[in-house]
Design a protein around this ligand. Sequence first.
Ligand SMILES: Nc1ncnc2c1ncn2[C@@H]1O[C@H](COP(=O)(O)OP(=O)(O)OP(=O)(O)O)[C@@H](O)[C@H]1O
Length: 324
Amino acid sequence: MKDPVIQLRSLTKRYGNHLAVDNLNLQVHKGEIFGLLGPNGAGKTTSILMMLGLTEPTSGTATVCGYNATSDAIKVKKKVGYMPDSVGFYDHMTALDNLLYIGRLNGLPERQLKDKAVRVLDVVGLAEAGMKKTATFSRGMKQRLGLADLLIKDPEVIILDEPTLGIDPTGVKDFLALIRKLSREQGLTVLLSSHHLHHVQQVCDRVGIFVEGRVLAEGNQASLAQQLFGKNGYMTSIVVENDLPHPWPLEAILKAWEAIDDISYQGNTIEFRCSRNITPALVRFFVENDCNIISVNQKNYELDDIYQKYFETGTSKRDYKKTV
Ligand SMILES: Nc1ncnc2c1ncn2[C@@H]1O[C@H](COP(=O)(O)OP(=O)(O)OP(=O)(O)O)[C@@H](O)[C@H]1O
């Protein structure tokens, strides 16, 4: 596989006694959309600033497009488009003029500039609004214009800090669809941070769960569930025709199955926590033992469950270490 576009090795940032980013290791490959998902204060912005050479790591390295972000910050800046969590424009100017201004600041040749700006406005869905003053723009439109500011520089990588903050739900959906389209059609590598798991879930190929300066787990949804829920990663719930007696004679047989970690039952419902997906074998067992099944439900852990477990309940990395 080719070298990663973003490579973080033991990246660490300390503010006084506070460890904002703790030994972060991460690779993002060309064309990938990677989401840093974590609550406020997890260290997302600090990590991004280190990738851009805007703050120096205490230790470790961030390499972007083959350049060290600290010692070669200017080269990195040429390759990367960065959108901070709040984007500002000259409100009295039109969207097109704002974009032309950014293009000039970045040294784009004047003769190509106008055509390019018009094209980029079209790409981000602002063709109609190009001649409107940005004072009239919604937050969603401003984010699109922010994206246009990045695209006019033809970046290889775009880094977006909380890009969906404050946008209405339809705006979020459209914005994320645009990111995905850009990534797929232009091979853009995207790193975005968010504390909105639903937003991240919609668009990212891979996600890193970031808590208290550390990535607890990374991967696609299925592999995250496996990493975070470990051996209790699969749950099957079976409802049978008749209530089960207590004790239930078949329980002892099932308990001996090596893939079953836990069995609980009440009334006519039995729940199995398993180390792998054994739903078909369970169904066969019930049929062979003359238990009429009414329904079978296999629960797959989703980012929702992950979020609830690690963010909403305030579980920290220390508790995480105990559970795996
Ligand atoms: N310049 C600074 N000086 C001291 N502490 C800082 C500084 N910048 C960030 N921090 C602290 O480092 C930690 C990580 O902050 P960071 O902004 O990176 O988190 P975040 O995940 O981006 O959260 P948010 O979404 O709230 O910005 C926080 O505890 C924050 O208070």
